[in-house]
Each structure stands twice: as structure tokens, then as C-alpha cells.
Design a protein around this ligand. Sequence first.
Ligand SMILES: Cc1cc2nc3c(=O)[nH]c(=O)nc-3n(C[C@H](O)[C@H](O)[C@H](O)COP(=O)(O)OP(=O)(O)OC[C@H]3O[C@@H](n4cnc5c(N)ncnc54)[C@H](O)[C@@H]3O)c2cc1C
Length: 305
Amino acid sequence: MARKRVSADTFEMALLCPRIAAAARPGQFVNLLLPSPDFGYRVLEGVAWHESCGRPFLLRRPFSIYRTDRSDQSDRSDGALDTLALLVKEVGEGTRRLGELAIGTSLKVLGPLGNCFRLPPAGTAAALVAGGCGWAGLGMLARELRRLGHPTYAFIGAQSVEALPVETTVGGASLPREPFVEGLPDVCLTSAELESLGVVVALAAESGGKLYRGLVTDLLGAFLRKRGQGGVNVYACGPRAMLARVAELAREHGAPCQVAMEERMACGMGVCNSCVVEVRLPDGTLGHKKLCTDGPVLDAAQVNW
Ligand SMILES: Cc1cc2nc3c(=O)[nH]c(=O)nc-3n(C[C@H](O)[C@H](O)[C@H](O)COP(=O)(O)OP(=O)(O)OC[C@H]3O[C@@H](n4cnc5c(N)ncnc54)[C@H](O)[C@@H]3O)c2cc1C
């Protein structure tokens, strides 16, 4: 396990998991069991008793597979990938604990779990829309789309520049060639890493700065209006309200849209039914899908927003 901070409350961590890394597809996730807090000793009438110093982590925590890599430690000659990168936002006890674990700690990891994104037809453009750490669910897809030569656009939004889930540099060299959003400043922040993959990047923050001031869905709306009907597949991951707006915009512009949803989840394997979402079935009635096994990727048009 290795770790790198990306923003004030978000870090990237690498896990050496050869079997999961080799099988993982964009959109899938892992379910991590965090080590329980250390046990301590209490001396009672001269006898040392084993006693837990804190609550153990009963529930696993789900995280999207952000990227797969080949580690320096790999001794395989076939170039197989052996490492998973996760992008984690610290929101509670479990994610904070994950951020504190000593490098080299072993974790129990279940995966790869869930379904994956369907890729667009050859040559078709893809618009990836992320709200905050939702980018974690799209990072691997962005790489796969570029590997296959799809024109790929990434719209990433957060409340502030500091909360963006990618490292930023001043640039925007790709934007003058694609002036799809009028509200973007001429010189603006971008992700050099994504641009080096050939992804056209547009960042948004509600608090403004050297990027679009507003919602990431405004950027998507402007982009889809410029493109006209058809020819773009939309992929999104982020807060539910953002996903609902993305689904609406995609429907208005006739763009196929898949969303990776991040509801609360426990077992990750279809047993506990804690992650069901309401969907509209082909006959028009309402039904349920389990996000862990039927998802996390769903057709946006199916979800009863
Ligand atoms: C399929 C899937 C993929 C995910 N991928 C990522 C990822 O790549 N990176 C990332 O940072 N997070 C991801 N999440 C969300 C992540 O699992 C939760 O943030 C994490 O479980 C919170 O654990 P905690 O102990 O820190 O927080 P807790 O103390 O349990 O909760 C703190 C806060 O987080 C919210 N929360 C708890 N569980 C979830 C959940 N499952 N989904 C959304 N919010 C939750 C709670 O409502 C609360 O506000 C994903 C969730 C799912 C279902």
C-alpha cells in the first residue's frame, strides 16, 4: 500500500493486488475491510486482559477502481498489471483511518465487484462528467477510451479549487482548440495528467478562480448544445442530484448516458439488499436494482430519479 495526497481531503492510494488488477474493468469497484483499531491491555486484579480500544469496522467500504498499474516490484515478463489505484475522499471514520494506515499495511480486498461501463461505438466521442471524488469512478474509463482512440472530454466539478479531485496546473492548452464553453477564462486550471492522455479537460468550481465558476453540469449543457444531437456518449459519477441533471441533459440532447452510482452499500455481493435503487422497468412499472451486482453502472434513462 502506498499513498499520495491530491487535495486537502482526498488522497490516492495504491494497493498491490495482482489478481484484481488483472481482471478489473472501468466502472468496477472493490470492497475494503479496514483493520480494526489496535487492541490494548487492561490490568485487572493483576491479570492483563485483552480489550478493544475502539469500535471495530464491521462494514466494508466500497471504492471505485480508479486506475490499474504495473508496480516496480512486478517480476512478470508478460507486462501484467498488478496494482490498483484508489482515489479516496475523507468523509468519515473509515476513510480517515484509511488515510492514516502505515504504508505496507495489508488489507482484505474483495473485487473486482459490480458491472462495468459499456464502451461507445468506434470513433464516437465520450463526455465524462464528475462531481468531486466521483472522478474516481471515471478515471479508468478515461484511460480506456483514449487507448481505443475515442475523442474524450472530462468535465470535473467541485465546490472549490482546493476540493478538486485532480492535481491542477495553469494551462488549458487544449481549450482554445475546443472553445465549447464560453464561460471559461482564457488561462485556466487544467489537469496536466489528463491532457497528456489526450483528454480535453474543463474544470468547474462553485467558488470560481482560474476555472469555470458554476456547476459542472453547466459545462456539459454548453458542450452538448454546441455538439448538437447525437454522436456523444455521456458517462457520469458523483452526487445523486448531479447525476439526475446529467441524465436530464443527456435525454434532451439524445445522448446515451450511463451513470456510476455511489449509494450506501454493505456486502457488495448482492446479499444484504442495502444498496437498492428504484428503476423503471421496460413495461413502465417501477422495480429495484441492486447497485452492487446490477450496478454500480446503470443506464441513466432507467433510474427513477
Ligand atoms: C460503488 C461505490 C464506489 C465508491 N467509490 C468511491 C471512491 O472511489 N472514492 C471515495 O472516496 N468514495 C467512494 N465511495 C463512497 C465511499 O464508499 C464512502 O465515502 C465511504 O464508505 C465512507 O466511509 P467512512 O467510514 O469514511 O464514512 P462514514 O463514517 O460511514 O460516513 C461518513 C459520511 O459518508 C457518507 N457515506 C457513507 N457510506 C457511503 C456510501 N457508500 N456512499 C456514499 N456516501 C456514503 C455518509 O452518509 C456520511 O455522510 C463509493 C461508494 C460506492 C457505493
